[in-house]
Design a protein around this ligand. Sequence first.
Ligand SMILES: [Zn+2]
Length: 333
Amino acid sequence: MFDWIERPGSNAWFTVTLVAVATLSFSCDAQKQDTQPIPEAERPVVREIPEFSGEQAFTFLVRQTDFGPRAPNTPGHRNCLEFLHQQLTEYADAVNLQPFNHTGRNGTQYSLTNVIASFNSGATDRILLTAHWDTRPWADQDSDPRNHDKPILGANDGASGVAVLLEIARHLHQNPPPIGVDIIFFDGEDLGATGNPESFSAGAKFFAANKSMGFRPRFGINVDMVGDKVLEIPREINSDRYARHVMDLIFSTARSLGLPQFIHSEGDEVFDDHIPLNNVGIPTANLIDFQYPDHRTNYWHTLSDTPDQCGPESLAAVGQVLLHIIYTGAKTP
Ligand SMILES: [Zn+2]
């Protein structure tokens, strides 16, 4: 149960959530209700939903692109891993690195690392949030064929999802959530061959194949390419197929927040890091705006995927939905 209160002097989101109301009982005796205070143990817990900072998230995006391309087996990749590890160690209850080897195109060997962070570790009721942190080594969709072997900067395709989840992590540290949350940054999402979806998502596949039996989040949400200045996130088809109740929660939350960035109609069918998770029984939705920047022009897997094409408001729209879901207990329909 929750309702809305406008924060005085601010047009920002501010909500108060009432939880643990199940034990409240109401007497028919009006006089008794008026005079007898509710015992402290039965009072509802008032939980504030923190305000997601698009500016802070955008700073996290630029911190990543400042390392240059984060293509596996490069200095930018190694330096960014160190940054992510340090940042999450500051915020999370526990951080684990999951290193693994991957054989890519033409037999190339890659050293990859998933980064796994746990918040409210003791909670049994948990959800999972994921994004990929690697960037594509080849701008093979660039309009100039001379750029096809150059690595992309990946401001949107890579840094944006991680930036949103780092800002979420900062809030989880400051305001203990009512449920457990795990955040995973997958490596090696973007090493595949265009047209062969099965060759992507190395990190998510490795995690899914090796996860412990005890790792059973109620559901997952993957965020990818959520930084586009003109953000339009439709209902991705595989997400509706495998995790419709999660999509319903996400899109009804976005609607209640009045966020125009969420488009309430069917979008593309995307193979992304949510597929391996769905395949091992974790219903996982994918939030992605694949039309980057729009249906006429394409910056996806090009050298034009740079921070100036991304915006704080876009990161904030996605982040605010995720914070609402977390701090209202992630109750799916
Ligand atoms: Zn990509």
